[in-house]
Design a protein around this ligand. Structure first.
Ligand SMILES: [Zn+2]
Ligand SMILES: [Zn+2]
Length: 108
């Protein structure tokens, strides 16, 4: 008796890692390990997507991501946010006002 060949179509896994992280980026904080996750620099409801759209995110390794949430002081976080804000404004040709309109805040 013949059995139909099993269908080996691969199921795409549903974990929600950011598709832009393909293992080729190094962590933006330690600059050593491979970035495996992203952290949106503007928290709060509704800002996740806009952060991703503008690139107002950090690509981090697990270690630094944990450190960010567990140990970083507010000052340190805001310093990094300001740095990233400048980068986004340059890349998008945006003024500080324009940035504030999208993200709702400015760290400069
Ligand atoms: Zn790192
Ligand atoms: Zn995070």
């Amino acid at each position: 008796m013949m059995f139909p060949k099993p269908n080996h179509k691969k199921q795409r896994s549903q974990h929600k890692s950011n598709p832009r992280l393909d293992g080729s980026d190094t962590c933006e904080i330690c600059d050593i390990r491979i970035a495996t996750e992203t952290h949106e620099l503007r928290g709060g409801k509704g800002y996740r997507l806009i952060c991703q759209e503008l690139g107002f995110v950090l690509k981090l390794c697990r270690h630094c991501h944990d450190d960010w949430h567990l140990y970083y002081t507010k000052d340190k976080k805001n310093y990094i946010r300001a740095d990233k804000q400048r980068q986004v404004m340059t890349e998008c040709g945006m003024t500080e006002e324009g940035f504030r309109e999208r993200i709702g805040k400015s760290w400069l």
